[in-house]
Write a protein that binds this ligand. Structure first.
Ligand SMILES: C[S@@+](CC[C@H](N)C(=O)[O-])C[C@H]1O[C@@H](n2cnc3c(N)ncnc32)[C@H](O)[C@@H]1O
Length: 220
């Protein structure tokens, strides 16, 4: 928690109690944590890496939803949308939607939602009514500059340049790690701000087993 205080541009809100401690299941040492850090620094993603990651999540897809029925898991998504200061009445994009757990919460609250994933296996498990879904690589998205007013990433790699490109000038980024620091694909709030081009401000907190951060660009 101490590192949050160093990030003066993020206001840390009180946690939604009870915050549930997540046991150590090797999240920080996970192979996907290495990929997370490399991608956030603007390196480490190429066609070989995309194939590796796509195959990895294809292999997990059939059991992804069944193994993640814990009600605590989605609390940070609900809380971020409720207290994170984000504009909901705009066009939203979700990156790395997986089988649609955050999509289910986001879709009814926003004007429009497009959900993207690299893995055909994951997309095959999504409820069709949550669509449209697009199979694409978040490192090079098939969308126009400034096309979205909000982007959600739950347990998904941050590609800073693409986030900066597709978000409009007042757009909000929602970052959720469902198992907080134990999530393999995790960045701290300060690392998130440091990775993004330009200056950003927002909010962070914890709910259930997870943590969330919301960010928008600093206005002149
Ligand atoms: C850890 S899973 C999270 C899925 C879902 N958000 C959840 O929390 O249940 C990460 C997801 O991101 C997707 N993903 C990984 N790299 C991606 C990329 N470059 N572009 C789009 N999706 C990607 C994976 O296929 C996988 O579905």
């Amino acid at each position: 928690m101490a590192e949050y205080a160093l990030t003066v541009s993020i206001e840390e809100l009180p946690n939604v109690e009870p915050v549930v401690e997540t046991p150590d299941r090797g999240g920080p040492a996970h192979r996907m944590r290495t990929v997370t850090n490399e991608v956030a620094s603007g390196s480490g993603w190429d066609s070989d890496r995309a194939r590796e990651v796509g195959s990895f999540f294809d292999s997990l897809a059939p059991e992804w939803t069944a193994k993640r029925q814990d009600q605590q898991r989605n609390l940070p998504v609900v809380d971020a949308l409720s207290r994170g200061g984000v504009e909901l009445e705009t066009n939203w994009l979700e990156l790395g939607c997986g089988t649609g757990s955050a999509t289910t919460i986001l879709k009814p609250q926003v004007n429009n939602l497009v959900a993207v994933d690299l893995s055909a296996g994951m997309l095959a498990q999504t409820p069709p009514e949550l669509g449209p879904f697009v199979q694409a690589d978040a490192s090079s998205l098939p969308f126009q500059d400034k096309q979205f007013g909000g982007v959600m990433l739950m347990n998904m790699f941050l590609f800073p340049a693409e986030i900066d490109r597709i978000l409009d000038d007042i757009g909000w980024l929602v970052w959720v790690n469902s198992r907080a620091e134990q999530t393999p694909i995790h960045l701290s709030p300060s690392a998130l701000v440091e990775a993004l081009p330009g200056e950003w401000f927002g909010y962070s907190s914890r709910a259930g087993t997870g943590l969330w951060v919301t960010l928008t660009r600093k206005r002149p």
